[in-house]
Design a protein around this ligand. Structure first.
Ligand code: NAD
Length: 426
């Protein structure tokens, strides 16, 4: 791949690019990681650091403490969302946005510079991005996943002692297909000429009548898309010491989409005989997760069910402030928290940075720095268990005066990691 040239970015002078050959990630002691700080609680406001800056601080400390300075992450600041719009196209007014075509709108919030950097450096840590309201672009996050073909969204949901939750010992992983299904963005608005034409075609080809005043969203699920996400799920289960994969579907009703999903899942399961395989219908899965979450391990789901059930699983383990995530493709991986940009908390030093830090833990494991990742996760778990240096959302009452701020959580986690290169968390 040729070295990209950028409009407004300067790559770090130090560090080595991560490369992928034959599915294997080649990672040096000083990998370059693209850093997208994000909007709202993700960004720094004046002297107040956002959750991304706090996550970077603890990740740097974790790597330093685990490897005694032998390894170091080289961060490359790149931009998207409102920050990118201000930086790249400050003169475009809100009124003008509606007149831009789809690609121009994408470039406004997701500049080519950013895509080039992710494609070249293959690895990123990302803060949340605000979805522009009523301006045409559906979601910057969805656009990013689509442009980079980040087909698997990994969402581990784990109980940490000390978190207020109705459940204990939950340890679930949702793998959500990220590119197809009803979220593919193939939609037809009610009353539009193309929609009426499509309604006619469906009646002619399928013999089914659709009301003329219907809007339509299309649900594509392909053999290719299903196979690669199940292969990812099974391989992730093996690499991470898991024992079972559950395929989630509604194959009894949607035979040609979810039916295909289940058939391909069964085929792929035969490639991984060391991992137990089963399937569940999605409505039953929802009930089972609430009643007996301990029965499940890794669950692979189409896009829509994955969106809903991963939030359900986050709810089982203490909510959004603790739910990490990773968007993974064959060529690029981007790690990010499940929650959004919570704009009302921007610049207040109030938001919980732990989901962002735990996304960093996933990244450290992905790049072979599992020792640092384990150490960081243990320190976060100890800070939660002690219950002193936690943000408002982890206190019994939302206005608890003993809640600390975002940056104080980072300081507490770093202190908890201890100082000797090989020592355990204190
Ligand atoms: P949100 O997750 O940003 O916030 C919902 C509520 O959850 C907040 O009001 C807050 O009370 C709480 N919360 C969320 N994160 C928290 C944290 N780290 N610490 C403490 N409390 C936290 O969801 P929303 O309000 O629906 O979305 C806000 C914006 O974020 C929207 O524009 C949405 O599109 C976007 N979004 C982005 C992503 C992403 O970047 N991956 C994901 C979801 C939503």
């Amino acid at each position: 791949m040729t070295v990209p040239t950028y409009d407004k970015l300067t790559p770090p002078k130090e560090g080595t690019r991560v490369t992928i050959s034959g599915g294997k990630w080649n990672i040096s002691d000083d990998p370059i990681v693209c850093l997208l700080r994000g909007d709202g609680i993700g960004m720094d406001v004046g002297n107040v650091p956002g959750i991304t800056a706090c996550a970077v601080k603890v990740l740097d400390a974790a790597v330093k403490k685990a490897f005694g300075g032998k390894r170091k992450i080289a961060w490359f600041d790149i931009h998207a969302g409102d920050v990118a719009r201000k930086m790249y196209r400050p003169n475009v007014t809100d009124e003008q946005v509606g007149t831009l075509n789809e690609n121009e709108q994408r470039q406004l919030y997701l500049p080519d510079d950013t895509l080039k950097a992710f494609e070249y450096y293959a690895l990123g840590l990302k803060g949340p991005l605000t979805t522009p309201i009523g301006k045409g672009i559906r979601s910057v996050n969805v656009a990013l996943r689509r442009e980079l073909d980040l087909f698997a969204l990994l969402r581990p949901c784990k109980s940490y002692p000390g978190v207020r939750s109705r459940y204990e010992d939950v340890d679930l992983v949702v793998v959500r297909e990220n590119t197809e299904d009803l979220y593919a963005g193939i939609e037809f608005a009610e009353g539009e000429p193309q929609t009426l034409e499509l309604i006619d075609d469906i009646e002619r080809l399928g013999g089914r009548k659709i009301r003329a005043d219907a809007g339509i969203s299309i649900k594509p699920i392909s053999v290719f898309g299903t196979r690669r996400v199940f292969r990812f799920g099974f391989q992730w289960a093996i690499d991470n010491g898991r024992h079972k994969v559950t395929a989630v579907h509604k194959a009894n009703i949607m035979k040609h989409t979810d039916g295909l999903w289940l058939r391909v899942a069964e085929e792929v399961s035969r490639e991984f005989p060391q991992i137990e395989f089963e399937d569940r219908i999605v409505d039953n899965m929802a009930m089972q997760l609430v009643q007996k979450p301990e029965l499940y391990d890794v669950m692979v789901m189409p896009n829509l069910y994955g969106d809903i059930l991963s939030d359900l699983c986050a709810g089982l383990t203490g909510g959004l402030g603790l739910a990490p995530g990773a968007n993974i493709g064959d060529e690029v991986a981007v790690f990010e928290a499940t929650h959004g940009s919570a704009p009302k908390y921007a610049g207040l030093n109030k938001a919980n940075p732990m989901a962002m830090m735990l996304s960093g833990v996933l990244m450290l494991r992905h790049i072979g720095e599992g020792v640092a990742g384990d150490r960081l996760e243990q320190a976060i778990a100890r800070v939660i268990a002690e219950g002193r240096s936690v943000t408002y959302d982890m206190k019994p009452e939302r206005d608890d005066p003993t809640a600390v701020g975002t940056s104080q959580v980072a300081d507490a986690v770093i202190e908890m990691m201890g100082s000797s290169p090989n020592g355990a968390a204190r």
